[in-house]
Design a protein around this ligand. Sequence first.
Ligand SMILES: C=C1C[C@]23C[C@H]1CC[C@H]2[C@]1(C)CCC[C@@](C)(C(=O)O)[C@H]1[C@@H]3C(=O)O
Ligand SMILES: O=C(O)CCC(=O)C(=O)O
Ligand SMILES: [Fe+2]
Length: 385
Amino acid sequence: MAIECIGTTTTTTTTSTPPVFDSSVLQHQKNIPQQFIWPDEEKPRPNAPQLQVPLINLAGFLSGDPAEAVEASRLVDEACQKHGFFIVVNHGVDPQLVADAHRYMDDFFELSLLEKQRALRKAGESYGYASSFTGRFSSKLPWKETLSLRYSAERNSSNNIVKDYLRNVMGEGFEQFGSVYQNYCEAMSRLCLEIMELLGMSLGVDRALFKEFFQDNDSIMRLNYYPPCQKPDLTLGTGPHCDPTSLTILHQDQVGGLQVFVDDEWCNVSSNFDAFVVNIGDTFMALSNGKYKSCLHRAVVNSQVARKSMAFFLCPGNDKVVSPPTELVDHLSPRVYPDFTWPMLLEFTQKHYRADMKTLQTFSNWLHHKGVEIERYGSEERKED
Ligand SMILES: C=C1C[C@]23C[C@H]1CC[C@H]2[C@]1(C)CCC[C@@](C)(C(=O)O)[C@H]1[C@@H]3C(=O)O
Ligand SMILES: O=C(O)CCC(=O)C(=O)O
Ligand SMILES: [Fe+2]
């Protein structure tokens, strides 16, 4: 197996059998397998402070009140220049849909490993069920299970991509399960487009510009399930990274565990079931010519209860070129990142580089130096491909 790895650390192929992440067993285990233990400098520390993040009330903006829209875009601008995280309330998403999505998530992750593996993510694919990433990486494994779904907003009456996928892989009895996530993705795509309008206003470009750019988005919906861990100070649910995608809308249950790195320290983001946490990803950072930040974050786990979060990662349609509008480029603000398309960056994170805090910079360098040996860049040891 040829491993195309970009690593500052030596690339090694592990021959030992990877551990199987069966959460029903591992959550009780005091002895944590080595692959799940993070290096000392990345281990979580207790007593993280609370992130001071604006609560943005979308009610006025969504009902077309111009003064409220200006106020919301001012708050968004402040947060996105500083760190790229903000929280929205009165977002217009049906609370029953959110509650159903959590309920069906409980049902899915409570299935046996064998049953969940009906939706197993195959090597080289970015969708499906993964119990940790035992087949994908050989160290710093995340203490989580995920179910990733592809959502396409392309206008087409028979577009039920999420529902059809779940029914096909999980089989009979999962129709309702599929409908809930189809509806949830549609609601998330709509909310993303509204937020794109706010981002257009706050960046001072035509307010329809980004909304239209993402109209035909080809996005990723991910359900994250973090089982309890008997040694939560050794492990991480999701390692430190910036999302390579454009905009993330995260809904977390009441447990808490999301942390953001701001002003040189890890801060907790409070959980609020009525709210969504929104963050800028690398692709939007490139679209804004570096004006808005894609910020480092991670998820910690705990020894008491399982935690759930649902992330909708907005991504551009496959043929869209990620290039900042001319209004955001001038001699004082020259181009920071080269043009690219989302499938290029997605492939980079799935085949060559494990997403971390340097993904966009490494990807840009890689595009500039394409043809130069890939091993010169990056951070991680990989097993796939
Ligand atoms: C395009 C993506 C890659 C990841 C899923 C989406 C957006 C976020 C990325 C990720 C969550 C960043 C941390 C590392 C990662 C491997 C993970 O822990 O899940 C990343 C995802 C991935 O490559 O599957
Ligand atoms: O679960 C969380 O709170 C964060 C997960 C995350 O950052 C991600 O999936 O990209
Ligand atoms: Fe993330």
